[in-house]
Design a protein around this ligand. Structure first.
Ligand code: GLU
Length: 479
């Protein structure tokens, strides 16, 4: 039975790396008809951010990742929020002490700091010097009775190699001398990530732990904990997902604006496009296909095909993917997404009008905002004009021609892109000039910019009266 969990710590926004972890767990569970669990790891009270859980739940909903057990759904193995399980962790920590697999440590923060500094000065990785590891039972008792605050540390066996299999990376080994006597329970009685994570994975009957590579070096500690509890036979399989990298192969930046899923949503990316893009960060079932629906991803997902090498987070690829999804949407689907943006910008237009704009912009838009922000001339007359286009296209000749075109437009009885094109083409022919000599200044006068959708369609949508008004304005104000 496949049972997997996404176990975020609610410390703020949802990082795209977290989204990928959540997605791979979801795809794996659905592929195998298993159970997808959400577990909130909120035992680090100093890093808690109010509203983060809610934000996380809404973000998961937005991208279409669902859970079968979790704080909202409940389930047989709850509670699914770690801060509601502290008694369980304390009980287990005491059991480890009793079985000499862990020990209380009374060292003060100052002492630990000194030890750390000494080790650093000696060029060693900072680790606890195991000062309290060999206190006698009596010594411990005296300190406990005196009420000296203490933590509980894992008694890491010395001189051992800890090996485990990883579904992505194969066999992985760590020398136990590189593993710190990890704090399991803090002096405030809250567990650390390691203790709570292992106990919960065991108690929630997790079959596969799928998480980011940054947790790989924690895994030997977890393996030792499984052994210490005597749970080795129930140990989940591990799969560590490759790091996400910037295009220059440095670790993906942590600046919120660049990596927060909420930010992508707010910038007009579509959830299915983002999912498609994130799914392919470290995995692709084919060498050629780049577009997959959620159902296709579920059907094809295979942990063993996840790459070891870091995955490049290419913003351009995301933009390309988003544009592909925008192109595939129906005008009505897009209307639902674009209308609120228009309203927010203070443009009130009919659905019918907006649908026409969407139709014209669909090939060019890379985000839902582009429909409005790159096409604001559909909603208001330009008051500023692109300098480059002006210098190139708004010549004296052009102005004279615009006067004549304006007259012809005014006398058009039918205002369609065909009739508009007819005016332009026959005028160009009569003057033996290229149509471009008319199209560019006309576009500038009506839209204020040098680029956009097909001019004739654009003019049809904007409407005769408005187009004529804008040409008149340009003739007076554009020098
Ligand atoms: N709470 C950890 C995190 O924030 C979970 C790591 C794991 O999946 O074990 O990513």
């Amino acid at each position: 039975m496949v049972r997997v969990r996404f176990a975020p710590s609610p410390t703020g926004f949802v990082h795209v790396g977290s989204l990928r972890t959540a997605l791979y767990n979801f795809l794996f569970a659905r592929h195998h008809g298993g159970v997808n669990i959400l577990r909130v790891e909120d035992t680090d009270r100093t890093r808690l951010v109010e509203g983060a859980v809610d934000n996380l739940l809404r973000t998961m909903e937005w991208v279409g990742i669902t859970f079968d057990e979790g704080p909202e759904q409940g389930g047989e193995y709850g509670p699914y929020t770690q801060s509601e399980r502290t008694d369980i962790y304390r009980k287990h920590a005491n059991e480890l002490i009793k079985n000499v697999k862990a020990y209380p440590c009374f060292c003060t923060a100052e002492r630990l700091d000194e030890v750390r500094k000494k080790m650093q000065a000696a060029g060693q990785p900072p680790m606890y010097d195991r000062h309290c590891r060999n206190l006698t039972e009596e010594e411990v008792e005296v300190k406990m009775e005196a009420g000296i605050p203490h933590v509980v540390r894992l008694r890491v066996p010395l001189g051992e190699t800890i090996t485990f299999n990883d579904l992505v990376r194969g066999d992985v080994s760590f020398d136990s001398k590189t593993i710190d006597d990890q704090v399991l329970l803090k002096s405030d009685g809250f567990p650390t990530y390691h203790l709570a994570n292992v106990i919960d994975d065991y108690m929630m009957k997790i079959s596969h732990v799928i998480r980011g590579e940054e947790w790989l070096s924690s895994t030997p500690k977890h393996v030792l904990l499984y052994r210490a509890f005597g749970w080795e036979n129930a140990m989940p399989k591990f799969a560590h997902l490759p790091l996400l990298l910037n295009p220059d192969r440095s670790k993906l930046s942590k600046r919120q604006g660049d990596v927060a899923v909420e930010n992508f949503r707010d910038k007009g990316y579509l959830p299915d496009a983002l999912i498609n893009f994130v799914a392919l960060l470290g995995w692709n079932p084919s060498a050629t296909e780049e577009i997959y629906s959620m159902d296709e991803l579920i059907a094809q997902f295979d942990l063993e095909k996840v790459n070891k090498a870091g995955a490049i987070f290419g913003k351009e690829k995301l933009d390309w993917t988003n544009a592909e999804y925008i192109r595939k949407k129906s005008p009505d689907e897009l209307l639902v997404l674009v209308k609120p943006i228009a309203t927010e910008r203070g443009f009130s237009v009919s659905d019918d009008y907006l649908r026409k704009v969407i139709h014209l912009m669909q090939e060019r838009a890379r985000s839902t905002f582009d429909f409005i922000d790159f096409a604001s001339y559909f909603f208001k007359a330009p008051t500023e004009f692109d300098e480059k286009s002006k210098a190139k296209n708004w010549t004296l000749d052009a102005k004279e021609r615009m006067i004549e075109i304006l007259t012809q437009f005014k006398s058009l009885s039918e205002w369609t892109h065909n009739s508009i094109e007819g005016v332009i083409r026959s005028y160009a022919e009569s003057k033996t000039i290229s149509a471009g000599k008319l199209i560019h200044p006309l576009r500038l006068a009506v839209s204020g910019v040098g680029m956009g959708p097909g001019l004739f369609e654009m003019l049809e949508v904007i409407g005769k009266e408005e187009v004529c008004k804008r040409i008149e304005y340009a003739l007076v104000n554009l020098n």
